[in-house]
Ligand binder design. Structure first.
Ligand SMILES: *Cc1c(COP(=O)(O)O)cnc(C)c1O
Length: 212
């Protein structure tokens, strides 16, 4: 892991942008190094890995859940997460709502960018419909959108996808004051994402190096 790269990225980030260090497949030691440097937001994709790391690391870390969710693990995921970013199915949303947690669970709806079959996410119509359905829920609070740009080497294509999600985000924001978070941008495209209005970027390999 290269802390100089981390420092450089942090020093160049606009104040409005929160950096999530995506620590899936990375060791507790590496996470602690970043923690000791001030990093407090980390992202994980698997429930067991999240639970294990949360138990063995400082309590004031904010954990973000970024992975696919099996409905039988939602209780554990929601109790360990500061923000669940990868809600991409209505069934998951319904079940999270039905957990009836005393403190509302914060979630982002994942919007599907591009056409790759391997990527999940709601369509535009589904986002609007589910936001309407749950915007007044007491057990679930939708605070924004998350997106993953299609694997593409064409900058223009990535840029267009980020513009598309930013537009939908702004539409929701104009009618709901809870909407505050647009999570787009990963190691390969975070500068483009910030230019398009991202206020939360999720960086793994560029900070930590390759995953195990
Ligand atoms: C793994 C992952 C990241 C980090 O990806 P890098 O390319 O390593 O920066 C970001 N967002 C999500 C949803 C991920 O699953």
């Amino acid at each position: 892991m290269d802390l100089d790269t981390y420092h450089k990225i942090v020093s160049q980030l606009p104040n409005s942008v929160t950096l999530i260090a995506v620590s899936k497949g990375q060791s507790i030691d590496k996470i602690l190094k970043l923690y000791n440097d001030g990093q407090r937001h980390f992202g994980e994709n698997f429930e067991q890995e999240l639970t294990h790391k949360k138990e063995n690391l400082p309590k004031d870390i904010n954990w973000h859940f970024l992975g696919n969710m099996q409905t039988n693990k939602l209780k554990k995921i929601s109790s360990s997460s500061y923000l669940i970013q990868s809600v991409s199915r209505k069934k998951v949303l319904d079940k999270l709502n039905n957990l009836n947690e005393k403190k509302a669970i914060n979630v982002l709806l994942q919007y599907k960018l591009g056409n790759e079959d391997t990527k999940s996410g709601f369509s535009r119509a589904e986002i609007i419909e589910n936001h309407e359905r749950y915007k007044n829920s007491n057990s679930l609070k939708i605070i924004g959108l998350m997106g993953i740009a299609e694997n593409s080497t064409e900058e223009k294509r990535t840029q267009n996808q980020f513009k598309e999600i930013a537009q939908l985000y702004n539409e929701l924001k104009s009618k709901d004051e809870n909407i505050s978070t647009l999570s787009i941008g990963m190691s390969s495209d975070y500068n483009l994402a910030i230019e398009s209005g991202s206020n939360m970027i999720r960086l793994g390999t560029v900070i930590f190096g390759k995953r195990k």
